[in-house]
Design a binder for this molecule. Structure first.
Ligand code: ZN
Length: 493
């Protein structure tokens, strides 16, 4: 038996448990009733414990080390072994009881967060947040071999090779370039916004249109599902089962459209992962940032592009005859491309989006440097919004309670969103040198674009890292330059 053959039964078990946990998560977010959470979290806790054992045991470690020493392994096999050994090292230092307790806490914390947000009551969420921070600091300390800053450990989890030093520079350059552009942008008139937002768009009709739109972009309904959730997201089982959600609002036809385009971008990434690796530990996207680059590529570079809408805007108008027959394509594009500082990250436009991320990044740094207590967080949040966006939230619901991420300890995740936008701009610049994007969009043929992304990025899953993929696809290292240029060009018009 080859060394890698020995690993396969362990891998099957690990992937089966991942599948089960993912299915429960999907169910919690979409179908499960609100009161299910406490009891369901018991089952999740048990499964998470089994998952832990399926990833790390002395037996598995010896097989992994045997594989590591075997130079006859294929590229993909080596990537699996490397990635597994990394998760092994990250997990084995955490006592299993603490790991299980943390997972149970996360489920309860997420539901406490939802309640706190609904009732605008930070106090309900505070004890959970405090505990989540405690665990994350403790886990980072266990993992810290090289005397790193604790926050750098989590930044590296989401984007390998990225540190506060690199991100400080990245965000500084964005701040310097974007704030002056923002000051010059003129808001879209209230009359024009009302022309779109003061109308009702029946939800069932929106669903039909969004389904059509997802298909148009390349979403495969034989391998995918679209459901609904408060915050749209994508869940991936393997390249034959990718689930996305979107969110419908009676008065806001635009929001669902762009959520659908965004999540379809994530889904197309997962559909494109090669069959050889899809059901392995390296079967997902290369990183959070890389994933976000694909969703933003479709949402912004494609979806907010005039040429994309030229052949299909009439379809939208026909679908909503009463509501949109007096809205021209130019007016529609003006509305979907408007930039204006706001309080809510998920509603932010392309230009102000990274300012929302900067607020969170700076607060996370403070948390991990012990520069702020959980009691002080709402006030710090509000002060930073005033500083960067010129607005102060009136409630915690539209302030610190707006995002789910911290409720399950997802510290270090937020910068991926900004990195994703920058990667998307860099990929778009180089892709449009090789492919006539405008012609593809006019001819309603997105295939060459999807194929380019598939062959340069998607097929590799996690076997290659973001930095490596970007450099191979564009011929240069990751840079914020194209993103800054893109925003400056677009919004100085
Ligand atoms: Zn996304």
């Amino acid at each position: 038996m080859s060394t890698f053959e020995k690993l396969k039964p362990y891998m099957s078990k690990r992937m089966a448990l991942t599948h089960a946990l993912t299915a429960i998560n999907w169910d919690n977010e979409t179908e499960a009733p609100t009161n299910a959470v406490d009891l369901t979290s018991n089952a999740q806790g048990v499964l998470a414990g089994l998952y832990y054992e399926s990833v790390i045991s002395d037996e598995i470690k010896s097989v992994l080390l045997e594989c590591k020493a075997d130079d006859s392994l294929s590229f993909n096999e080596q990537a699996i072994v490397k990635s597994w050994l990394k998760s092994f090292e990250d997990l084995e230092v955490i006592p299993v009881d603490e790991y299980t307790a943390f997972n149970q806490l996360c489920v309860k914390s997420s539901s406490a967060w939802a309640k706190a947000k609904e009732e605008n009551n930070y106090e309900l969420f505070k004890p959970y947040l405090e505990k989540a921070i405690e665990y994350k600091k403790k886990f980072a300390t266990y993992r810290n071999k090289d005397n790193k800053a604790l926050y750098d450990i989590y930044l590296d989890d989401y984007e390998e090779g990225f540190t506060m030093e690199i991100l400080d520079e990245f965000f500084d350059s964005l701040k310097q370039e974007i704030v002056p552009v923002l000051a010059k942008v003129k808001p879209v008139s209230k009359g024009l916004n009302d022309k779109i937002y003061k109308k009702e768009y029946p939800i069932e009709t929106q669903k039909e249109f969004n389904k059509w739109l997802a298909t148009y972009l390349g979403f495969d309904f034989d391998k995918g599902v679209i459901s609904e959730s408060a915050h749209p997201f994508t869940t991936n089982f393997h390249n034959h089962d990718v689930r996305i959600t979107t969110h419908y609002n009676l008065h806001d036809v635009v929001n669902a459209i762009f959520s659908t385009i965004h999540e379809t971008g994530h889904a197309i990434y997962e559909f494109g992962v090669s069959d050889e690796i899809t059901q392995t530990p390296v079967g997902g996207g290369a990183s959070m940032g890389m994933h976000e680059s694909q969703s933003r590529f479709f949402e912004n570079m494609i979806g907010r592009n005039k040429t994309f809408w030229i052949p299909i805007y009439s379809k939208l108008q026909e679908t909503f005859k009463e509501q949109l027959s007096d809205v021209t394509l130019e007016e529609f594009l003006e509305v979907v491309n408007q930039a204006e500082p706001g309080l809510i990250r998920t509603e932010a436009d392309e230009l102000t989006y990274c300012l929302h991320i900067m607020v969170r990044y700076e607060i996370e740094k403070m948390i991990f440097n012990d520069e702020v207590t959980v009691d002080e967080l709402p006030a710090v949040w509000n002060a930073k919004y005033q500083e960067y966006l010129g607005l102060t939230p009136k409630t915690d619901t539209e302030g610190i309670l707006q995002d789910i991420h911290w409720s399950d300890g997802g510290f270090g995740y937020f910068p991926s969103y900004a990195l994703g936008s920058a990667i998307a701009a860099q990929l778009y610049y180089h892709l449009s040198k090789e492919i006539d994007v405008e012609e593809c969009l006019l001819n309603q043929n997105l295939k060459p674009i999807v194929e380019w992304l598939k062959s340069n990025i998607h097929q590799y899953g996690e076997t290659k890292k973001m930095k490596e993929l970007v450099e191979a696809a564009t011929g240069e290292p990751f840079t914020a330059t194209y993103y800054i240029e893109y925003l400056k060009n677009k919004y100085s018009k």
